[in-house]
Design a protein around this ligand. Sequence first.
Ligand code: COA
Length: 145
Amino acid sequence: MKISYREAKELDYQLILKLDQAAFCRQFDCPFKTETEVKKYFKNSKIFVILQNNKVVGYYSYKPEDKDTVEISGIVVIPEYQGKGIGSIVLKKILNDLNNIKTFWLTAHPKNIAALRLYFKFGFTITGWKDNYFGDGQPRLILKK
Ligand SMILES: CC(C)(COP(=O)(O)OP(=O)(O)OC[C@H]1O[C@@H](n2cnc3c(N)ncnc32)[C@H](O)[C@@H]1OP(=O)(O)O)[C@@H](O)C(=O)NCCC(=O)NCCS
């Protein structure tokens, strides 16, 4: 499986919106509705488009907080490509690329079993619960590594 990446540019916000709406389509999810929401959420994040054999299959993003801390602000693989190991390859890459970082943290919905299993596999643990974290009425777990 040939996975490659390219850094997202301003022009890619529409693409990120589409990928997000394709992936966050479950009962508990609330995907972005507009490009403006995407821009706002990813302010200060670095976003990378994920390609498999040159086809766009998702994106990932992270937000440096200080010299020791990074928030992984998104990992998304579109449904047709999920469960094939791409999320694991991407998370491993993030952790390797940023191996000088002491603390990684992220949020996940408590019902997002696939995401939680992925993060547990890489040593993340649950450190908190936030009600209505994104203002969508849904809770999120805080995970750290
Ligand atoms: C979470 C996500 C990025 C995982 O990507 P992926 O490419 O499917 O991940 P992988 O194939 O590498 O699987 C990683 C682990 O997740 C778990 N997993 C994957 N799909 C699963 C499913 N449908 N049900 C339960 N567990 C699942 C497995 O434990 C797997 O580990 P294993 O292969 O060692 O058993 C992907 O499901 C996704 O994009 N979901 C929608 C967006 C999202 O929720 N992002 C995370 C926000 S916090």
